[in-house]
Write a protein that binds this ligand. Structure first.
Ligand SMILES: [Fe+2]
Length: 315
């Protein structure tokens, strides 16, 4: 768990977020649901220029056979081609624990720029130690083309976009606010599902609460796109809500304050098994979605640290 300093970021950030009116800036957003991991990948497009960004692409991995596939990522590429779009960015919100990122594969296929939050270097350092990776493994974020600072502005086509640091689930999680859409990944889930867990290495429930407050200070009609949906009670997968809906209905936030949320979140996290793919996925995802280099037999291997986590929390 992290001992990282918790910044009191809300007032300044909220004021900044409220400043930009987005009423007539509506990107086209398409979600691609990955049922095996409950993940949602996005393509967000500027309707004027037809330029787009991919957010949180999945590289398929079957842990039973050890085989990887690019089926999910190729689906994104087919959509881009079929709709005559130009891919500008390949964005990750954080290094994921439940799936491999396809950022490296998509970079090789398209040449588009990859990016993630700049604090990914902290996650790299943490997991480099956990995996006992060699000194040659860079922990400077050089595996991505660009590292975003909190509050940094960029564009997708002519759409104004900015980055909001959203730590809590991980040390480096960010939200991408693009026009009137915000890609919040593992902070808020759909209102009936509540919020994301905050117990992975570097996670912190108090920081997650504060990150969520920043998101909930976006304009009430901001469209929120979550990174996961686990279809509670068997309902169809959903991934789009609004700030207003989250404020009114989120199962973990109603009648809550910071202390209550931290208690609820930490108790719930203690009952959850670690994701099946966490130890496989992080070594790929801290390398920008690149598989480990081939060994002298030409084959790539994953490394699993044994007894690094207590049995109860690994599930
Ligand atoms: Fe995650």
């Amino acid at each position: 768990m992290t001992n990282a300093i918790i910044e009191d970021v809300l007032p300044a950030a909220a004021a900044d977020l409220q400043l930009s009116s987005h009423a007539d800036v509506k990107p086209d957003v398409v979600g691609f649901y990955d049922a095996p991991t409950g993940s949602v990948q996005y393509i967000v497009t500027d309707p004027t220029t037809r330029k787009c960004a991919i957010i949180d692409p999945v590289l398929d991995f079957d842990p039973r056979s050890g085989s990887t596939r690019t089926t999910s990522a190729d689906r994104l590429l087919r959509y881009i081609e079929a709709h005559g779009l130009t891919l500008e960015w390949i964005l990750d919100t954080h290094p994921h624990a439940d799936h491999f990122s396809a950022a490296g594969y998509l970079k090789d296929r398209t040449g588009a720029r990859t990016a993630i939050g700049e604090r990914v270097v902290e996650v790299q350092r943490l997991w480099k130690t956990l995996y006992n990776l060699p000194d040659t493994f860079p922990t400077d974020g050089s595996q991505w083309d660009h590292l975003f600072a909190d509050g940094e502005r960029f564009t997708v086509g002519e759409l104004a976009a900015r980055v909001v640091l959203s730590r809590g689930h991980t040390l480096c999680s960010v939200t991408y606010v693009i026009g009137n859409a915000a890609f919040v990944h593992d902070t808020l889930f759909m209102p009936d599902s509540g919020t994301a867990r905050a117990d992975f290495p570097g996670g912190d429930a108090r920081q997650l609460w504060r990150s969520i407050q920043r998101i909930l200070h976006l304009p009430a009609d901001t469209r929120l796109f979550t990174g996961h949906d686990y279809r509670p009670n068997g309902r169809p997968a959903q991934w789009e809500s609004t700030v207003a809906a989250q404020n009114a209905y989120n199962a973990h936030l109603r009648d809550c304050d910071e202390a209550k949320f931290v208690k609820l979140r930490e108790e719930r996290d203690r009952s959850l098994p670690m994701p099946t793919l966490m130890l496989a996925a992080l070594q790929v995802n801290i390398a920008g979605g690149r598989l480990p280099a081939p060994e002298d037999d030409g084959r790539r291997y994953l490394k699993i640290p044994l007894n690094a986590f207590p049995e109860a929390s690994v599930g």
